[in-house]
Design a protein around this ligand. Structure first.
Ligand SMILES: *Cc1c(COP(=O)(O)O)cnc(C)c1O
Length: 393
């Protein structure tokens, strides 16, 4: 088996064929600037508005509540910075969690330098925040709660509806980074009391460099990119028509197939988890066993460096990750794995396998067979493992 086995779908996904076909006319045929007056521009404008409706329908939002951005990072930055600015006179306290994506955490650090106070909620061993902690953390001057819908490393799904209910009981705005969850699991902004939600096209079969921020009607956050009057004057810049069309098409497709894809992925994911835990000694599953993304599995293998595992997997054409693509390259263990209570030496031996809807049981069997050999081989070279085995006897 020498073909590419791509198991890093939490980092990015392949654009779906149907999505690409929808996008193509907007590069060369309908290349008009949707903001212009002439009839030629109308076609572009109609495509953008159709995409906005597709993106809205998936989460039960109104089209006019969807703002296109250049991706998840921009949506997260916008939600936090512009809310902070707009509600500063009410208070300067923000609540988030310790396991957010860096697009949230680094923005919070930036806001701290600007005089805001941020509470970073702990998570339990499965990676969930505790609702009691959230309730206790809310103060008179709290203006925003930002908790991700599902974690990009360990796949744990947060109790979003409960968080939204608590936020609204206390009159606090609720933003969720749903970049991993949107188009993967059901989300309903009204039912879940979500005021703002970030999503990104390339995480669900759409193109890169296009995202959305849902902003509930009535939430008065400032514009983020100043310039032209696009996006109801809240996000300037010539519309990325092909990108928007792609995101919309991918959202609609995901909505139609979601139930079926979830069922299919869960079978493959659970097979992977069961085999790894049963056949590879001193392995553990990170994240919640059942409240997790259908396509996510994350393991730690003791006495092993995650990076070495990735290199050996790569030699077999298997693409996986040791955490998040954004932190690989640094030697620090993942902040998410530390937050769920793992010691540094165990957190270093992590492996994230994130499935696509096309990943098969055969591929997973091949990967597990090879992984077993890789783990054995790396451990046989580890003095720590040797000592450990001696001490067991
Ligand atoms: C990928 C990701 C982002 C960043 O999205 P981009 O579109 O790559 O900027 C933010 N949050 C989470 C949870 C992600 O997985």
């Amino acid at each position: 088996m020498n073909k590419l086995i791509y198991l890093d779908n939490a980092a990015t996904t392949q654009v779906k064929e149907e999505v690409l076909q929808e996008m193509l006319p907007y590069f060369r045929e309908v290349y008009s600037n949707p903001s212009a007056i002439y009839t030629f521009a109308q076609k572009g404008k109609e495509a953008v508005e159709k995409a906005r409706k597709q993106a809205a329908d998936l989460i039960g939002a109104k089209p006019e509540e969807i703002y296109f951005t250049a991706g998840g990072s921009e949506s997260d930055n916008w939600a936090l910075k512009a809310t902070a600015e707009a509600y500063e006179s009410k208070g300067k306290h923000i609540i988030t969690s310790k396991i957010e994506h860096h697009a949230i955490l680094h923005t919070c650090e930036y806001l701290e330098k600007k005089g805001f106070e941020v509470t970073y909620l702990d998570v339990d061993e499965d990676g969930k925040i505790r609702l009691e902690d959230l309730e206790k953390a809310i103060r008179e001057d709290t203006i925003l709660i930002s908790v991700m819908a599902a974690n990009n490393e360990i796949g744990t799904i947060q109790p979003i509806a409960e968080i939204g209910r608590i936020a609204h009981e206390k009159g606090v705005l609720f933003h969720t980074d749903a970049v991993q969850a949107y188009a993967h699991i059901p989300l309903q902004v009204e039912e879940m009391n979500i005021d703002m939600l970030s999503a990104s096209g390339h995480k669900f079969g759409g193109p890169k460099g296009i995202g959305i921020l849902y902003i509930k009607k009535g939430v008065k956050i400032r514009s983020f990119i100043h310039g032209g009057a696009q996006e109801r004057s809240r996000r300037a810049g010539t519309h990325n028509t092909p990108g928007m069309v792609g995101l919309g098409a991918a959202a609609e497709l995901a909505g139609k197939q979601m139930e079926e894809v979830i069922k299919k992925q869960e079978v493959v994911r659970d097979h992977l988890i069961e085999r790894v835990l049963a056949e590879i000694p001193y392995s553990r599953l990170n994240g919640h066993r059942t409240d997790r993304l259908p396509g996510n599995a994350n393991f730690c293998f003791r006495f092993i460096e995650g990076e070495s595992m990735l290199i050996l997997l790569d030699q077999l054409g298997i693409c996986a990750s040791s955490g998040s693509a954004c932190t690989s390259g640094s030697l620090d263990p993942s902040h998410v794995l530390l937050a769920i209570g793992l010691p540094h030496e165990i957190a270093h031996g992590s492996l994230r396998i994130s499935l696509s809807e096309e990943t098969t049981l055969e591929e997973i069997d091949f990967v597990v067979d090879e992984l077993k050999k890789i783990v054995q081989r790396l451990r046989s070279m580890s003095p720590l493992y040797e000592d450990f085995v001696k001490n067991q006897k």
